[in-house]
Design a protein around this ligand. Structure first.
Ligand SMILES: Nc1ncnc2c1ncn2[C@@H]1O[C@H](COP(=O)(O)OP(=O)(O)OP(=O)(O)O)[C@@H](O)[C@H]1O
Length: 443
């Protein structure tokens, strides 16, 4: 095992790498909220300026995609998956980092070379309804990228479009029809034909089957696998649905709040996740029983704002396995209790009750001894309903104080808050390395 600044191939190179992203970063600047974003600035006229905030959608992400593989990219909504995909396609300009495709840094390419590379990388989007222009015939839609890349003559483009329609399971005669005449699954087939028209090597599929019924999803996924073989394609397959990812991906990259948190072969990742976020995602896979309540919901709370992400490990504020800070003499059981209490206070899931009840509920009656116990006693004192505090008893302020006290004494002192994790691990299978950005993997 070995810790480095970010995920790179263990031996520094993969012979079969098609695409490599290295330290890729995409930040958006946007005006902060209404009024809250106005700042008094005596040096300007009018003396008010608009504060701009930085959305850290993708932050220092590195990985390689191997020729011919399907790399799945998962994570909850808002974790930066689409932004990453769009930045790789250069639909968005990277803030920092490199994108190396077939050995060439895209930033160094200009003119014809960039145009050529643009046709080598194509994207298939989620919603076949809105990504197909209703005024264009299917033939025009499939031919459009060929036009843009000056490929073939009129007759050649028409022939190729008809041929591609058959390859994706439609008919050549559909060439003159309009998108509204097709079902969702058929429209996604048109989208695939369109992406393939310019002979790409690499296709970024962004939630390509999410809008389709499950039975249709399977058909389109099988078609994509057939096309991959036939055309020698490499896929980056973005999806929030882990069952889809398990079905299609050779390896899986997991993103959380702009960071890559785990990367491993699909079976290895599903059977033995090395990041608590991956674990939580796997445990939240909805059980396919219609009477079931759906997701089991082990992921507490929401993804924090990418404007001001947590320090260290970005998942630490939701992590059920936050590591005990150094400096306290706590047993494993005491730390588990302390962490559960910390969560209940910061999440406000604790029911207001007496100090004794809180002690009983979270600590079996006895607080840990020493400094940790003192902090816990002070926090419980702030929260307990049986304490007489006189007239200026402000419940809200006391919650805040208790929460800040616990965060400052425990969460902020954990290695999870103090250091950004990045670990390469030996895979149990084959010769493949795996990456996990969690300090539980330190030696
Ligand atoms: N143009 C933009 N300006 C400002 N913020 C943006 C912009 N585009 C995306 N974001 C923000 O960047 C973060 C990542 O968004 P992104 O769409 O990449 O996530 P995602 O994982 O693909 O989620 P989803 O599955 O919902 O699309 C989000 O917080 C989003 O609000």
């Amino acid at each position: 095992m070995d810790a480095r600044s970010g995920p790179e191939p263990a031996d520094g190179s993969y012979d079969d790498v098609l695409l490599e992203v290295d330290g890729l970063t995409k930040h958006f600047t946007q005006e902060s909220g209404f009024l809250g974003g106005l700042e008094f600035d005596p040096g300007s006229f009018p003396p008010v300026s608009i504060e701009r905030e930085r959305v850290r959608a993708v932050d220092d992400v590195s990985f390689a995609v191997r020729r011919g593989e399907t790399l799945g990219l998962v994570g909850e909504s808002g974790c930066g998956k689409s932004t990453l995909g769009r930045t790789i396609l250069r639909l968005l300009e990277p803030t920092d980092g490199r994108i190396v495709f077939q050995g060439e840094d895209l930033a160094d390419l200009g003119g014809e070379a960039l145009r050529q590379t643009r046709s080598d990388i194509q994207m298939v989007f989620q919603d076949p309804q809105s990504s197909l222009d209703p005024r264009m015939t299917v033939g025009q839609i499939v031919e459009e990228p060929m036009w843009a890349h000056d490929m073939l003559d009129d007759a050649g483009r028409a022939d190729r479009a008809r041929w591609l329609l058959e390859r994706v399971g439609l008919e050549a005669s559909h060439y003159d029809r309009y998108p509204h005449e097709f079902s969702g699954g058929q429209r996604q087939r048109v989208n695939l034909a369109r992406a393939l028209s310019v002979e790409p090597d690499f296709v970024v599929c962004d939630e390509a089957v999410s809008a389709l019924d499950v039975s249709v999803q399977a058909q389109v996924l099988n078609l994509m696998a057939d096309l991959q073989e036939e055309f020698g394609l490499t896929y980056l397959f973005i999806a929030h649905d882990l069952s889809v990812i398990r079905y299609v991906a050779d390896r899986v990259a997991v993103m959380y709040l702009g960071k890559l948190v785990e990367l491993a072969e699909t079976d290895v990742l599903f059977e033995n996740p090395k990041h608590p976020y991956t674990e939580a995602l796997l445990e939240s896979i909805p059980v396919p029983d219609p009477r079931d309540e759906g997701a089991r919901g082990v992921l507490e709370g929401e993804v924090p704002s990418p404007v001001d992400p947590p320090s260290g490990c970005r998942f630490r504020t939701r992590c059920p396995r936050l590591i005990a800070p150094d400096g306290y003499d706590l047993t494993d059981e005491e730390w588990t209790q302390t962490r559960t209490f910390l969560r209940a206070v910061t999440r406000r899931t604790l029911e207001p009750t007496s100090g004794d009840d809180i002690r009983r509920e979270f600590f079996g009656g006895d607080l840990p001894r020493g400094e940790a116990g003192d902090v816990l006693a002070e926090a419980i004192d702030l929260l307990a309903t049986d304490r007489d505090r006189g007239d200026d008893d402000d419940r809200e302020a006391r919650w805040e104080r208790a929460s800040d006290l616990l965060e400052g004494a425990f969460a902020e002192q954990s290695i999870c808050a103090l250091e950004e994790p990045a670990y390469w691990l030996e895979s149990e299978t084959a010769d493949d390395d795996r990456y996990a950005a969690c300090h539980l993997n330190r030696e």
